[in-house]
Write a protein that binds this ligand. Structure first.
Ligand code: 13P
Ligand code: SF4
Length: 305
């Protein structure tokens, strides 16, 4: 309780706001002013009035917030909280693909470093990837870094030609059909809801595929009362809060993003007190990585996502 009160006091003193992704610990989500998926948080980060943003998420999220709001101070509660997939593409391959395909659009999943973003034409998140890629005039799409999301998008837009990259999220990649079958055997009436970072075989046995927010929305709209959730376990807090009458299960190997779990209330308090772990970006990288992010926000607003 003392930590919470101290955080509230410092937030006022420093004109700070706390953003949190659904994958962080429940006790961190409870402290947040805004909780959401990557798309919601990037939209929020672009329009906040407070001078300081404490970003409870991994480093690409802090970088994106800084790129979209370069005049603000962005603080990361844990300096080592990173996303493995964000590094799974390389700028040399982007250069080669651009040479090989004249009209190519480089589409960059927001789970990527600023260095990758600045070499890309537009960012997407799992909540808007299909709509944004569909709206592009380009026939050729080089989708980085996530191969699973890329294949999910490509299947829905057969008229475009996709060049794939080999990145993946280690947390979603490890979800196995066998474990989902076991969960179904235990809970035969449960619907399977999966994030598109999961592999194709998992998506094929799912009743719904969508972003973290999409999964939360779907669980509310569905008439089912039980669900097997194929995404990171932090989402459970929001599902239980919104739908207390429904039951949610995970697979035997529960999907946990250790980097998201590095963030604790004590670390939030520490950075608010000290100003440590500020996101500092090279001016040029900041400016150039902002462009594909702003393009995402512009196209998303146009297609009313
Ligand atoms: P969304 O927030 O777009 O659902 O993405 C999930 C994720 O892995 C974030 O790191
Ligand atoms: Fe990255 Fe996967 Fe963790 Fe999301 S869940 S931050 S994609 S490693």
């Amino acid at each position: 309780m003392i930590v919470r009160e101290e955080i509230e006091r410092l937030k006022k003193e420093k004109d700070a706001v706390i953003l949190a992704h659904y994958y962080v610990r429940p006790e961190v989500q409870e402290l947040a002013d805004y909780i959401g998926d990557s798309f919601y948080l990037s939209r929020m980060a672009a329009g906040l009035k407070e001078r300081t943003i404490v970003f409870c998420g991994v480093s690409f999220m802090g970088e994106s917030a800084k790129a979209l709001s370069p005049d603000k101070t962005v603080l990361m509660p844990d300096a080592h909280s990173d996303c493995a997939m964000a590094h799974m593409a390389d700028t040399e391959k982007i250069r080669r693909v651009r040479e090989a395909y004249e009209d190519v659009a480089v589409v960059c999943y927001i789970n990527s470093t600023a260095e990758l973003k600045r070499c890309s034409d537009v960012c997407v998140t799992s909540a808007n990837a299909v709509q944004i890629v569909r709206s592009l005039p380009n026939k050729n799409i080089f989708f980085i870094p996530d191969r699973n999301l890329a294949h999910f998008v490509a299947e829905q837009i057969p008229e475009k030609h996709f060049i794939f990259n080999d990145g993946y999220c280690p947390v979603h990649q490890q979800m196995k059909t066998e474990e989902i079958r076991q969960a179904k055997a235990l809970h035969p009436r449960a619907e399977v809801l999966a994030h598109p970072e999961c592999t194709k075989d998992v998506l094929e046995m799912s009743d719904y595929v969508g972003s973290t927010s999409g999964i939360i929305r779907y669980a509310g709209q569905s008439s089912a009362r039980e669900f097997i959730i194929c995404t990171e376990n932090g989402v459970l807090a929001e599902l239980q809060k919104r739908y207390p009458g429904k039951e949610f299960y995970f697979t035997g190997t529960e999907p946990v993003c250790e980097d998201m779990k590095l963030i604790t209330p004590e670390k939030i308090l520490h950075v608010l007190k000290t100003g440590e772990n500020e996101v500092v970006m090279d001016g040029k990288i900041c400016e150039e990585s902002r462009k594909p992010l702003e393009e995402m926000l512009r196209l998303a607003a146009q297609s009313l996502i």
